[in-house]
Design a protein around this ligand. Structure first.
Ligand code: FAD
Ligand code: DLZ
Ligand code: SF4
Length: 544
Protein backbone atom coordinates (compact mmCIF):
# COMPACT_ATOMS: atom_id res chain seq x y z
CA UNK A 1 0.00 0.00 0.00
CA UNK A 2 1.33 3.44 -0.76
CA UNK A 3 -1.41 5.73 0.49
CA UNK A 4 -0.97 8.46 3.14
CA UNK A 5 0.07 7.92 6.72
CA UNK A 6 -3.00 7.07 8.79
CA UNK A 7 -3.04 8.90 12.14
CA UNK A 8 -5.72 7.70 14.56
CA UNK A 9 -6.34 10.23 17.34
CA UNK A 10 -8.12 8.91 20.44
CA UNK A 11 -10.63 10.78 22.57
CA UNK A 12 -8.06 11.84 25.16
CA UNK A 13 -5.44 12.92 22.62
CA UNK A 14 -6.99 16.25 21.65
CA UNK A 15 -3.73 18.18 21.44
CA UNK A 16 -2.56 20.10 18.37
CA UNK A 17 1.09 19.35 19.09
CA UNK A 18 0.44 15.60 19.50
CA UNK A 19 3.56 13.56 18.66
CA UNK A 20 1.81 11.81 15.75
CA UNK A 21 1.00 15.17 14.08
CA UNK A 22 4.24 17.03 14.73
CA UNK A 23 6.21 17.61 11.57
CA UNK A 24 3.73 15.72 9.36
CA UNK A 25 2.76 17.00 5.92
CA UNK A 26 -0.96 17.67 5.80
CA UNK A 27 -1.41 16.37 2.25
CA UNK A 28 0.28 13.08 3.16
CA UNK A 29 -1.71 12.45 6.33
CA UNK A 30 -5.19 11.10 6.96
CA UNK A 31 -6.39 11.65 10.51
CA UNK A 32 -8.96 9.22 11.91
CA UNK A 33 -11.19 10.05 14.86
CA UNK A 34 -13.87 7.59 15.99
CA UNK A 35 -16.84 7.73 18.32
CA UNK A 36 -17.45 4.09 19.19
CA UNK A 37 -19.92 2.23 21.38
CA UNK A 38 -17.27 -0.02 22.90
CA UNK A 39 -15.58 2.98 24.52
CA UNK A 40 -18.86 4.48 25.68
CA UNK A 41 -19.91 1.28 27.40
CA UNK A 42 -16.87 -0.66 28.68
CA UNK A 43 -18.17 0.89 31.84
CA UNK A 44 -21.40 2.86 31.67
CA UNK A 45 -19.85 6.31 31.81
CA UNK A 46 -21.68 9.25 33.36
CA UNK A 47 -23.76 11.01 30.70
CA UNK A 48 -21.75 14.22 31.14
CA UNK A 49 -18.51 12.35 30.52
CA UNK A 50 -19.88 10.99 27.24
CA UNK A 51 -21.00 14.45 26.16
CA UNK A 52 -17.66 15.91 27.17
CA UNK A 53 -15.58 13.38 25.24
CA UNK A 54 -17.72 13.39 22.07
CA UNK A 55 -18.20 17.15 22.03
CA UNK A 56 -14.51 17.85 22.64
CA UNK A 57 -13.63 15.35 19.88
CA UNK A 58 -16.03 17.03 17.43
CA UNK A 59 -14.70 20.49 18.23
CA UNK A 60 -11.12 19.27 17.88
CA UNK A 61 -11.85 17.65 14.50
CA UNK A 62 -13.38 20.92 13.30
CA UNK A 63 -10.27 22.84 14.42
CA UNK A 64 -8.00 20.38 12.63
CA UNK A 65 -10.01 20.71 9.41
CA UNK A 66 -9.91 24.51 9.70
CA UNK A 67 -6.15 24.22 9.96
CA UNK A 68 -6.03 22.26 6.71
CA UNK A 69 -5.82 18.66 7.95
CA UNK A 70 -7.81 15.88 6.29
CA UNK A 71 -9.91 14.22 8.97
CA UNK A 72 -12.13 11.15 8.74
CA UNK A 73 -14.53 11.63 11.63
CA UNK A 74 -16.70 8.62 12.42
CA UNK A 75 -19.78 9.64 14.35
CA UNK A 76 -21.58 7.39 16.76
CA UNK A 77 -24.70 7.40 14.60
CA UNK A 78 -22.84 6.59 11.37
CA UNK A 79 -24.72 3.50 10.08
CA UNK A 80 -21.48 1.79 9.01
CA UNK A 81 -19.74 2.37 12.35
CA UNK A 82 -18.26 -0.92 13.61
CA UNK A 83 -18.18 0.58 17.14
CA UNK A 84 -14.67 -0.47 18.07
CA UNK A 85 -11.28 1.14 17.41
CA UNK A 86 -9.80 -1.79 15.51
CA UNK A 87 -12.90 -2.13 13.33
CA UNK A 88 -12.72 1.54 12.39
CA UNK A 89 -9.01 1.39 11.65
CA UNK A 90 -9.73 -1.64 9.43
CA UNK A 91 -12.31 0.39 7.48
CA UNK A 92 -9.91 3.34 7.16
CA UNK A 93 -7.16 1.00 5.89
CA UNK A 94 -9.64 -0.21 3.24
CA UNK A 95 -10.57 3.35 2.27
CA UNK A 96 -7.10 4.88 2.06
CA UNK A 97 -4.56 2.05 1.66
CA UNK A 98 -2.14 3.81 4.03
CA UNK A 99 1.54 2.88 3.86
CA UNK A 100 1.83 3.09 7.67
CA UNK A 101 -0.08 3.96 10.82
CA UNK A 102 1.32 6.47 13.29
CA UNK A 103 -0.43 6.58 16.64
CA UNK A 104 0.40 7.93 20.09
CA UNK A 105 0.44 5.28 22.81
CA UNK A 106 -2.87 4.83 24.63
CA UNK A 107 -3.58 6.01 28.14
CA UNK A 108 -4.61 2.58 29.30
CA UNK A 109 -3.53 -1.00 28.83
CA UNK A 110 -6.84 -2.24 27.39
CA UNK A 111 -6.50 0.18 24.48
CA UNK A 112 -2.72 -0.12 24.19
CA UNK A 113 -3.17 -3.86 23.61
CA UNK A 114 -5.43 -2.99 20.65
CA UNK A 115 -2.86 -0.63 19.14
CA UNK A 116 -0.19 -3.27 19.48
CA UNK A 117 -2.32 -5.80 17.58
CA UNK A 118 -2.68 -3.55 14.51
CA UNK A 119 0.69 -4.35 13.00
CA UNK A 120 -0.17 -8.05 12.66
CA UNK A 121 -3.79 -7.44 11.87
CA UNK A 122 -3.30 -4.97 9.02
CA UNK A 123 0.13 -6.05 7.84
CA UNK A 124 1.49 -2.51 7.56
CA UNK A 125 4.06 -0.78 9.78
CA UNK A 126 2.56 0.69 12.94
CA UNK A 127 4.60 3.27 14.77
CA UNK A 128 3.45 3.75 18.36
CA UNK A 129 4.85 7.04 19.62
CA UNK A 130 5.47 8.00 23.26
CA UNK A 131 2.88 10.32 24.76
CA UNK A 132 5.19 13.24 25.47
CA UNK A 133 2.37 15.39 26.80
CA UNK A 134 3.38 13.93 30.15
CA UNK A 135 6.48 15.39 31.77
CA UNK A 136 7.97 12.13 32.98
CA UNK A 137 8.68 9.58 30.23
CA UNK A 138 7.71 6.08 31.32
CA UNK A 139 11.27 4.79 31.13
CA UNK A 140 12.39 7.61 33.46
CA UNK A 141 9.77 6.50 35.95
CA UNK A 142 10.92 2.90 35.64
CA UNK A 143 14.55 3.91 36.18
CA UNK A 144 13.53 5.96 39.18
CA UNK A 145 11.40 3.14 40.63
CA UNK A 146 13.45 0.05 40.03
CA UNK A 147 15.47 -1.20 42.94
CA UNK A 148 13.76 1.11 45.46
CA UNK A 149 12.54 -0.57 48.61
CA UNK A 150 9.46 1.60 48.58
CA UNK A 151 8.01 4.09 46.12
CA UNK A 152 6.90 7.39 47.57
CA UNK A 153 5.46 10.31 45.67
CA UNK A 154 7.40 12.87 47.70
CA UNK A 155 10.80 11.69 46.42
CA UNK A 156 9.55 11.49 42.88
CA UNK A 157 8.11 14.98 43.21
CA UNK A 158 11.40 16.50 44.37
CA UNK A 159 13.11 15.06 41.31
CA UNK A 160 10.37 16.54 39.12
CA UNK A 161 10.89 19.95 40.72
CA UNK A 162 14.61 19.73 39.94
CA UNK A 163 13.91 18.53 36.44
CA UNK A 164 11.35 21.21 35.56
CA UNK A 165 12.95 24.01 37.58
CA UNK A 166 9.52 24.91 38.95
CA UNK A 167 9.70 26.86 42.22
CA UNK A 168 13.47 26.38 42.38
CA UNK A 169 16.24 28.86 43.17
CA UNK A 170 19.91 27.95 42.84
CA UNK A 171 19.04 24.26 42.98
CA UNK A 172 17.03 24.67 46.19
CA UNK A 173 13.25 24.78 46.68
CA UNK A 174 11.84 28.28 46.91
CA UNK A 175 11.08 29.13 50.54
CA UNK A 176 13.45 26.46 51.82
CA UNK A 177 10.88 23.64 51.96
CA UNK A 178 9.74 21.22 49.31
CA UNK A 179 6.26 20.77 50.62
CA UNK A 180 3.82 23.08 52.44
CA UNK A 181 1.05 20.52 52.86
CA UNK A 182 0.81 21.05 56.60
CA UNK A 183 -0.54 24.56 55.85
CA UNK A 184 -3.13 23.15 53.46
CA UNK A 185 -5.54 21.51 55.87
CA UNK A 186 -7.63 24.37 57.15
CA UNK A 187 -11.18 23.47 58.16
CA UNK A 188 -13.83 25.54 56.40
CA UNK A 189 -14.75 28.64 58.35
CA UNK A 190 -18.41 29.60 58.73
CA UNK A 191 -19.85 30.89 55.44
CA UNK A 192 -16.79 29.95 53.35
CA UNK A 193 -17.55 30.40 49.66
CA UNK A 194 -15.53 30.67 46.47
CA UNK A 195 -16.03 32.75 43.31
CA UNK A 196 -18.10 30.98 40.67
CA UNK A 197 -15.97 29.31 37.99
CA UNK A 198 -16.88 30.07 34.34
CA UNK A 199 -19.75 27.89 33.16
CA UNK A 200 -19.76 27.21 29.43
CA UNK A 201 -23.17 27.12 27.79
CA UNK A 202 -23.51 24.26 25.30
CA UNK A 203 -23.13 25.44 21.68
CA UNK A 204 -24.79 23.71 18.74
CA UNK A 205 -22.21 20.90 18.56
CA UNK A 206 -22.60 20.16 22.26
CA UNK A 207 -26.40 20.39 22.07
CA UNK A 208 -26.41 17.78 19.30
CA UNK A 209 -24.23 15.50 21.37
CA UNK A 210 -26.46 16.00 24.41
CA UNK A 211 -29.41 14.82 22.34
CA UNK A 212 -27.45 11.82 21.08
CA UNK A 213 -26.40 10.81 24.59
CA UNK A 214 -29.87 11.32 26.00
CA UNK A 215 -31.23 9.14 23.24
CA UNK A 216 -28.68 6.30 23.31
CA UNK A 217 -27.39 6.22 26.87
CA UNK A 218 -30.50 7.11 28.85
CA UNK A 219 -29.84 4.39 31.43
CA UNK A 220 -26.34 5.66 32.26
CA UNK A 221 -25.77 7.38 35.61
CA UNK A 222 -25.82 11.14 35.91
CA UNK A 223 -27.60 14.37 35.34
CA UNK A 224 -27.15 16.20 32.03
CA UNK A 225 -28.96 19.48 32.80
CA UNK A 226 -25.89 21.06 34.29
CA UNK A 227 -23.34 20.35 31.53
CA UNK A 228 -20.87 23.24 31.58
CA UNK A 229 -17.44 21.66 30.97
CA UNK A 230 -14.90 23.33 28.67
CA UNK A 231 -14.92 21.44 25.36
CA UNK A 232 -12.24 23.40 23.46
CA UNK A 233 -8.75 24.59 24.24
CA UNK A 234 -9.96 28.19 24.20
CA UNK A 235 -12.62 27.47 26.82
CA UNK A 236 -10.18 25.44 28.90
CA UNK A 237 -7.73 28.36 28.84
CA UNK A 238 -10.48 30.71 29.97
CA UNK A 239 -11.33 28.34 32.82
CA UNK A 240 -7.65 28.12 33.80
CA UNK A 241 -7.20 31.89 33.76
CA UNK A 242 -10.25 32.38 35.99
CA UNK A 243 -8.78 29.86 38.42
CA UNK A 244 -5.37 31.53 38.51
CA UNK A 245 -6.73 35.01 39.07
CA UNK A 246 -9.73 34.25 41.30
CA UNK A 247 -9.23 31.01 43.24
CA UNK A 248 -5.59 29.89 43.27
CA UNK A 249 -4.68 32.12 46.22
CA UNK A 250 -7.01 30.15 48.52
CA UNK A 251 -6.46 26.77 46.83
CA UNK A 252 -3.93 25.64 49.44
CA UNK A 253 -5.70 26.77 52.59
CA UNK A 254 -8.97 25.03 51.76
CA UNK A 255 -7.71 22.15 49.68
CA UNK A 256 -9.09 19.58 52.12
CA UNK A 257 -12.25 21.45 53.14
CA UNK A 258 -15.75 20.25 52.23
CA UNK A 259 -18.74 22.57 52.27
CA UNK A 260 -22.31 21.60 51.51
CA UNK A 261 -23.53 23.79 48.62
CA UNK A 262 -19.98 24.70 47.48
CA UNK A 263 -19.13 21.86 45.15
CA UNK A 264 -15.93 23.26 43.62
CA UNK A 265 -14.63 25.50 46.41
CA UNK A 266 -11.15 26.70 45.41
CA UNK A 267 -10.27 23.71 43.24
CA UNK A 268 -9.18 24.33 39.67
CA UNK A 269 -11.73 22.02 37.97
CA UNK A 270 -9.13 21.57 35.25
CA UNK A 271 -8.66 17.79 35.37
CA UNK A 272 -11.04 17.09 32.49
CA UNK A 273 -9.21 19.57 30.25
CA UNK A 274 -5.80 18.23 31.26
CA UNK A 275 -6.79 14.61 30.73
CA UNK A 276 -8.34 15.24 27.31
CA UNK A 277 -5.24 17.13 26.22
CA UNK A 278 -6.82 20.58 25.96
CA UNK A 279 -4.33 22.01 28.47
CA UNK A 280 -0.63 21.46 28.94
CA UNK A 281 0.51 20.48 32.46
CA UNK A 282 3.82 22.36 32.36
CA UNK A 283 2.23 25.56 31.06
CA UNK A 284 -0.32 25.43 33.88
CA UNK A 285 2.39 25.02 36.51
CA UNK A 286 4.45 27.86 35.03
CA UNK A 287 1.38 30.07 35.04
CA UNK A 288 0.74 29.21 38.71
CA UNK A 289 4.36 30.04 39.56
CA UNK A 290 3.93 33.42 37.87
CA UNK A 291 1.12 34.22 40.32
CA UNK A 292 3.46 33.44 43.21
CA UNK A 293 6.37 35.46 41.77
CA UNK A 294 4.05 38.42 41.24
CA UNK A 295 2.96 38.23 44.88
CA UNK A 296 -0.64 37.44 44.01
CA UNK A 297 -0.79 33.91 45.44
CA UNK A 298 0.98 32.48 48.49
CA UNK A 299 3.59 29.76 48.31
CA UNK A 300 1.50 27.11 50.06
CA UNK A 301 -1.20 27.46 47.39
CA UNK A 302 1.13 27.49 44.41
CA UNK A 303 3.41 24.72 45.66
CA UNK A 304 0.31 22.64 46.51
CA UNK A 305 -1.15 23.08 43.02
CA UNK A 306 2.14 22.33 41.29
CA UNK A 307 2.63 19.22 43.46
CA UNK A 308 -0.75 17.85 42.39
CA UNK A 309 0.29 18.11 38.76
CA UNK A 310 4.00 17.36 38.45
CA UNK A 311 3.86 15.21 41.57
CA UNK A 312 0.67 13.20 41.91
CA UNK A 313 -0.53 13.29 38.32
CA UNK A 314 2.78 12.21 36.84
CA UNK A 315 3.45 9.78 39.67
CA UNK A 316 0.17 7.86 39.34
CA UNK A 317 0.67 7.58 35.59
CA UNK A 318 4.14 6.07 36.05
CA UNK A 319 2.78 3.87 38.83
CA UNK A 320 -0.05 2.61 36.60
CA UNK A 321 2.27 1.43 33.84
CA UNK A 322 4.81 0.07 36.31
CA UNK A 323 2.24 -2.22 37.95
CA UNK A 324 0.04 -3.10 35.00
CA UNK A 325 -1.17 -5.66 34.30
CA UNK A 326 -1.96 -6.75 37.82
CA UNK A 327 -2.87 -3.57 39.67
CA UNK A 328 -6.46 -3.85 38.48
CA UNK A 329 -6.83 -7.27 40.15
CA UNK A 330 -5.06 -6.38 43.41
CA UNK A 331 -7.02 -7.11 46.58
CA UNK A 332 -4.46 -7.41 49.35
CA UNK A 333 -7.04 -6.70 52.07
CA UNK A 334 -9.31 -9.39 50.62
CA UNK A 335 -12.31 -7.06 50.50
CA UNK A 336 -15.37 -8.93 49.25
CA UNK A 337 -18.47 -6.85 49.95
CA UNK A 338 -20.58 -5.61 47.05
CA UNK A 339 -20.75 -1.86 46.35
CA UNK A 340 -23.77 -0.48 48.22
CA UNK A 341 -26.57 0.63 45.95
CA UNK A 342 -26.57 4.11 47.48
CA UNK A 343 -23.35 4.90 45.57
CA UNK A 344 -25.63 5.08 42.53
CA UNK A 345 -28.90 6.32 44.03
CA UNK A 346 -27.49 8.69 46.65
CA UNK A 347 -30.18 7.37 49.00
CA UNK A 348 -28.48 7.26 52.36
CA UNK A 349 -29.01 9.13 55.60
CA UNK A 350 -25.27 9.68 55.85
CA UNK A 351 -25.21 13.31 54.82
CA UNK A 352 -21.56 13.44 53.81
CA UNK A 353 -21.96 10.51 51.43
CA UNK A 354 -25.31 11.73 50.12
CA UNK A 355 -23.84 15.15 49.30
CA UNK A 356 -20.73 13.79 47.58
CA UNK A 357 -22.87 11.41 45.52
CA UNK A 358 -25.25 14.23 44.65
CA UNK A 359 -22.33 16.33 43.41
CA UNK A 360 -21.04 13.33 41.48
CA UNK A 361 -24.43 12.83 39.82
CA UNK A 362 -25.00 16.53 39.08
CA UNK A 363 -21.48 17.55 38.05
CA UNK A 364 -19.66 14.30 37.13
CA UNK A 365 -17.18 15.63 39.65
CA UNK A 366 -16.34 15.58 43.34
CA UNK A 367 -13.18 17.10 44.66
CA UNK A 368 -10.22 15.15 45.91
CA UNK A 369 -10.98 15.00 49.59
CA UNK A 370 -14.60 13.99 48.91
CA UNK A 371 -13.34 11.17 46.67
CA UNK A 372 -10.71 10.13 49.20
CA UNK A 373 -12.02 10.76 52.70
CA UNK A 374 -15.76 10.33 52.27
CA UNK A 375 -16.56 8.07 49.33
CA UNK A 376 -13.24 6.22 49.41
CA UNK A 377 -12.96 6.06 53.19
CA UNK A 378 -16.37 4.41 53.38
CA UNK A 379 -15.46 1.84 50.71
CA UNK A 380 -12.21 1.07 52.55
CA UNK A 381 -13.79 0.73 56.00
CA UNK A 382 -16.75 -1.30 54.73
CA UNK A 383 -14.46 -3.66 52.80
CA UNK A 384 -15.95 -3.11 49.34
CA UNK A 385 -14.56 -5.29 46.60
CA UNK A 386 -11.89 -3.28 44.68
CA UNK A 387 -13.17 -4.02 41.18
CA UNK A 388 -16.62 -2.75 42.02
CA UNK A 389 -15.10 0.42 43.46
CA UNK A 390 -12.80 0.87 40.44
CA UNK A 391 -15.71 0.50 38.04
CA UNK A 392 -17.72 3.05 39.96
CA UNK A 393 -14.98 5.71 39.96
CA UNK A 394 -14.17 5.06 36.32
CA UNK A 395 -17.82 5.45 35.34
CA UNK A 396 -18.94 8.44 37.38
CA UNK A 397 -16.22 11.10 36.99
CA UNK A 398 -15.81 13.15 33.85
CA UNK A 399 -12.03 13.17 34.37
CA UNK A 400 -11.75 9.40 34.89
CA UNK A 401 -9.32 7.49 32.70
CA UNK A 402 -7.89 4.25 33.97
CA UNK A 403 -4.25 5.42 34.20
CA UNK A 404 -5.24 7.99 36.83
CA UNK A 405 -8.34 6.42 38.36
CA UNK A 406 -6.86 3.00 39.13
CA UNK A 407 -3.79 4.00 41.22
CA UNK A 408 -5.95 6.44 43.17
CA UNK A 409 -8.64 3.87 43.87
CA UNK A 410 -6.62 0.72 44.26
CA UNK A 411 -3.60 2.31 45.93
CA UNK A 412 -4.58 5.51 47.65
CA UNK A 413 -8.13 4.68 48.70
CA UNK A 414 -8.39 0.92 49.16
CA UNK A 415 -4.83 -0.09 50.04
CA UNK A 416 -5.56 -3.00 47.70
CA UNK A 417 -1.94 -2.86 46.51
CA UNK A 418 -0.78 -3.58 50.06
CA UNK A 419 0.96 -0.22 50.46
CA UNK A 420 2.82 0.18 47.18
CA UNK A 421 1.37 3.66 46.64
CA UNK A 422 0.42 4.90 50.11
CA UNK A 423 2.41 4.32 53.28
CA UNK A 424 -0.80 3.70 55.24
CA UNK A 425 -4.52 3.32 54.59
CA UNK A 426 -6.38 6.65 54.65
CA UNK A 427 -8.85 5.35 57.25
CA UNK A 428 -10.73 7.89 59.34
CA UNK A 429 -13.65 8.05 61.74
CA UNK A 430 -16.46 10.62 61.65
CA UNK A 431 -14.29 13.05 63.58
CA UNK A 432 -12.15 13.81 60.51
CA UNK A 433 -15.19 14.53 58.34
CA UNK A 434 -16.69 16.68 61.07
CA UNK A 435 -13.51 18.73 61.38
CA UNK A 436 -13.09 19.26 57.65
CA UNK A 437 -16.72 19.86 56.60
CA UNK A 438 -20.08 21.28 57.59
CA UNK A 439 -21.84 17.99 56.85
CA UNK A 440 -22.31 16.58 60.33
CA UNK A 441 -24.30 19.42 61.88
CA UNK A 442 -27.37 18.49 59.85
CA UNK A 443 -26.85 14.76 59.59
CA UNK A 444 -29.40 12.25 60.89
CA UNK A 445 -26.52 10.53 62.65
CA UNK A 446 -24.61 11.97 65.55
CA UNK A 447 -20.90 12.25 64.94
CA UNK A 448 -20.14 12.37 68.65
CA UNK A 449 -22.03 9.15 69.35
CA UNK A 450 -19.67 6.23 68.95
CA UNK A 451 -21.91 3.16 68.90
CA UNK A 452 -25.53 2.07 68.86
CA UNK A 453 -28.67 3.66 67.48
CA UNK A 454 -28.06 7.03 65.78
CA UNK A 455 -24.25 6.87 66.04
CA UNK A 456 -22.22 8.02 63.03
CA UNK A 457 -21.48 4.77 61.16
CA UNK A 458 -17.92 5.88 60.35
CA UNK A 459 -17.02 5.63 64.06
CA UNK A 460 -17.71 1.94 64.50
CA UNK A 461 -16.63 1.06 60.96
CA UNK A 462 -13.23 2.64 61.66
CA UNK A 463 -12.48 0.32 64.57
CA UNK A 464 -14.01 -2.67 62.80
CA UNK A 465 -11.58 -2.05 59.92
CA UNK A 466 -8.55 -1.69 62.17
CA UNK A 467 -9.55 -4.74 64.19
CA UNK A 468 -10.03 -7.01 61.20
CA UNK A 469 -6.69 -5.98 59.62
CA UNK A 470 -4.67 -5.91 62.81
CA UNK A 471 -2.21 -8.54 61.69
CA UNK A 472 -1.26 -6.58 58.59
CA UNK A 473 -1.41 -3.04 59.97
CA UNK A 474 -0.06 -3.29 63.49
CA UNK A 475 3.52 -3.35 62.24
CA UNK A 476 2.98 -0.19 60.17
CA UNK A 477 4.84 2.61 61.90
CA UNK A 478 2.17 5.16 60.96
CA UNK A 479 -0.78 3.07 62.18
CA UNK A 480 0.60 0.75 64.82
CA UNK A 481 0.24 3.01 67.83
CA UNK A 482 -3.53 3.39 67.28
CA UNK A 483 -3.87 -0.19 68.47
CA UNK A 484 -2.86 0.79 71.98
CA UNK A 485 -6.00 3.00 72.12
CA UNK A 486 -8.05 0.04 70.99
CA UNK A 487 -6.49 -2.23 73.60
CA UNK A 488 -7.08 0.31 76.35
CA UNK A 489 -10.81 0.37 75.60
CA UNK A 490 -11.42 -3.02 77.14
CA UNK A 491 -13.37 -5.91 75.79
CA UNK A 492 -16.88 -4.65 76.45
CA UNK A 493 -16.40 -1.39 74.58
CA UNK A 494 -14.61 -3.18 71.77
CA UNK A 495 -17.53 -5.58 71.39
CA UNK A 496 -19.92 -2.64 71.22
CA UNK A 497 -17.94 -1.14 68.36
CA UNK A 498 -17.75 -4.42 66.49
CA UNK A 499 -21.43 -5.26 66.96
CA UNK A 500 -22.44 -1.73 65.96
CA UNK A 501 -20.38 -1.91 62.76
CA UNK A 502 -21.72 -5.33 61.86
CA UNK A 503 -25.31 -4.28 62.47
CA UNK A 504 -24.74 -1.34 60.13
CA UNK A 505 -23.02 -3.42 57.45
CA UNK A 506 -25.98 -5.82 57.52
CA UNK A 507 -28.25 -2.98 56.41
CA UNK A 508 -26.35 -2.33 53.16
CA UNK A 509 -28.02 -3.37 49.92
CA UNK A 510 -25.53 -4.25 47.19
CA UNK A 511 -25.98 -2.57 43.81
CA UNK A 512 -27.15 -4.66 40.87
CA UNK A 513 -24.62 -5.11 38.06
CA UNK A 514 -26.65 -3.11 35.58
CA UNK A 515 -25.59 0.20 37.13
CA UNK A 516 -21.98 -0.04 35.97
CA UNK A 517 -22.13 -2.47 33.11
CA UNK A 518 -24.02 -3.43 30.07
CA UNK A 519 -24.79 -7.12 29.83
CA UNK A 520 -21.52 -8.32 28.42
CA UNK A 521 -18.95 -5.67 29.30
CA UNK A 522 -17.88 -6.86 32.73
CA UNK A 523 -17.03 -10.38 31.61
CA UNK A 524 -15.18 -8.99 28.62
CA UNK A 525 -13.21 -6.51 30.70
CA UNK A 526 -12.27 -8.66 33.65
CA UNK A 527 -12.06 -12.12 32.12
CA UNK A 528 -8.31 -12.63 31.97
CA UNK A 529 -6.80 -10.12 34.31
CA UNK A 530 -3.33 -10.98 35.54
CA UNK A 531 -2.79 -11.71 39.24
CA UNK A 532 -1.36 -8.73 41.12
CA UNK A 533 1.58 -10.77 42.39
CA UNK A 534 2.82 -10.60 38.83
CA UNK A 535 4.15 -7.04 39.31
CA UNK A 536 5.13 -6.84 35.70
CA UNK A 537 7.54 -4.18 34.63
CA UNK A 538 6.46 -3.77 31.04
CA UNK A 539 9.73 -2.75 29.50
CA UNK A 540 8.12 -3.32 26.12
CA UNK A 541 5.69 -0.49 26.88
CA UNK A 542 8.25 1.95 28.12
CA UNK A 543 8.73 4.75 25.68
CA UNK A 544 12.19 5.12 24.24
P1 FAD B 1 -7.37 20.29 41.78
O1 FAD B 1 -7.67 20.01 43.20
O2 FAD B 1 -7.52 21.67 41.32
O3 FAD B 1 -5.92 19.77 41.46
C1 FAD B 1 -5.19 20.21 40.31
C2 FAD B 1 -4.85 19.06 39.40
O4 FAD B 1 -3.95 18.17 40.02
C3 FAD B 1 -6.02 18.21 38.98
O5 FAD B 1 -6.72 18.79 37.91
C4 FAD B 1 -5.35 16.91 38.59
O6 FAD B 1 -4.91 16.93 37.27
C5 FAD B 1 -4.14 16.85 39.51
N1 FAD B 1 -4.36 15.95 40.63
C6 FAD B 1 -4.73 16.27 41.89
N2 FAD B 1 -4.75 15.18 42.67
C7 FAD B 1 -4.40 14.15 41.89
C8 FAD B 1 -4.25 12.76 42.13
N3 FAD B 1 -4.46 12.21 43.31
N4 FAD B 1 -3.91 11.99 41.08
C9 FAD B 1 -3.68 12.52 39.87
N5 FAD B 1 -3.80 13.82 39.58
C10 FAD B 1 -4.15 14.63 40.61
N6 FAD B 1 -8.14 12.54 38.95
C11 FAD B 1 -8.34 12.43 37.63
O7 FAD B 1 -7.91 13.28 36.86
N7 FAD B 1 -9.03 11.37 37.12
C12 FAD B 1 -9.52 10.38 37.93
O8 FAD B 1 -10.10 9.42 37.44
C13 FAD B 1 -9.31 10.49 39.33
N8 FAD B 1 -9.80 9.56 40.16
C14 FAD B 1 -9.59 9.68 41.50
C15 FAD B 1 -10.11 8.70 42.35
C16 FAD B 1 -9.89 8.79 43.71
C17 FAD B 1 -10.39 7.71 44.60
C18 FAD B 1 -9.17 9.87 44.24
C19 FAD B 1 -8.92 9.96 45.70
C20 FAD B 1 -8.69 10.85 43.42
C21 FAD B 1 -8.88 10.77 42.03
N9 FAD B 1 -8.39 11.76 41.17
C22 FAD B 1 -8.60 11.62 39.82
C23 FAD B 1 -7.56 12.87 41.66
C24 FAD B 1 -8.34 14.14 42.03
O9 FAD B 1 -9.40 13.84 42.87
C25 FAD B 1 -8.84 14.88 40.80
O10 FAD B 1 -7.79 15.05 39.89
C26 FAD B 1 -9.38 16.24 41.18
O11 FAD B 1 -10.45 16.11 42.08
C27 FAD B 1 -9.83 16.98 39.93
O12 FAD B 1 -10.39 18.22 40.25
P2 FAD B 1 -9.59 19.56 40.02
O13 FAD B 1 -9.15 19.63 38.61
O14 FAD B 1 -10.41 20.65 40.57
O15 FAD B 1 -8.30 19.30 40.91
C1 DLZ C 1 -13.75 7.65 27.36
C2 DLZ C 1 -13.98 7.58 25.89
C3 DLZ C 1 -15.27 7.49 25.39
C4 DLZ C 1 -16.46 7.50 26.27
N1 DLZ C 1 -15.50 7.41 24.08
C5 DLZ C 1 -14.47 7.45 23.21
C6 DLZ C 1 -14.68 7.35 21.82
O1 DLZ C 1 -15.78 7.14 21.34
N2 DLZ C 1 -13.60 7.47 21.00
C7 DLZ C 1 -12.36 7.65 21.48
O2 DLZ C 1 -11.43 7.80 20.68
N3 DLZ C 1 -12.12 7.66 22.81
C8 DLZ C 1 -13.14 7.58 23.69
N4 DLZ C 1 -12.92 7.62 25.03
C9 DLZ C 1 -11.52 7.56 25.52
C10 DLZ C 1 -11.02 6.09 25.43
O3 DLZ C 1 -11.98 5.23 25.97
C11 DLZ C 1 -9.76 5.75 26.21
O4 DLZ C 1 -10.03 5.95 27.56
C12 DLZ C 1 -8.58 6.57 25.90
O5 DLZ C 1 -8.32 6.63 24.55
C13 DLZ C 1 -7.34 6.08 26.68
O6 DLZ C 1 -6.80 4.96 26.13
FE1 SF4 D 1 -21.04 11.68 57.72
FE2 SF4 D 1 -21.10 10.74 60.22
FE3 SF4 D 1 -20.94 13.33 59.78
FE4 SF4 D 1 -23.19 12.02 59.23
S1 SF4 D 1 -22.29 12.28 61.22
S2 SF4 D 1 -22.20 13.57 57.95
S3 SF4 D 1 -22.39 10.08 58.51
S4 SF4 D 1 -19.42 11.82 59.24
Amino acid sequence: MNGPILVPILGDQLTRSLASLRGRAKDDTRILMMEVHDEATYVKHHKQKLVLVFSAMRHFAAELRDAGWQVDYIRLDDPDNSHCFSGEVARAVERHGPRAIHVVEAGELRVQDMLESWHTRFDIPVEILPDDRFLCPLEDFRDWAKGRRELRMEWFYRDMRRKTGLLMEDGEPVGGQWNYDSENRKPPKEGLSAPQRPLFEPDEITRNVIELVQDRFADHFGNLDSFHWPVTRAQAEEAAEAFFTERLASFGDYQDAMVHGQDDLFHSMLSTSLNLGLLDPLELCQRAEEEYRAGRAPLNAVEGFIRQIIGWREYVRGFYWYFMPGLDGANQLNAQRGLPEFYWTGETDMRCLADCIRSTRDNAHAHHIQRLMVLGNFALLAGIEPRAVQDWYLAVYADAFEWVELPNVSGMVLYADGGKLASKPYAASGNYINTMSNYCAECTYSVSKKTGEGACPFNALYWHFLHRHRERLEGNRRVGRIYSNWDRMGEEKQQEYLASAEAFLDTLTPAGRGWAHTEYARERNHADRAPFAHFAIRTDRMAV
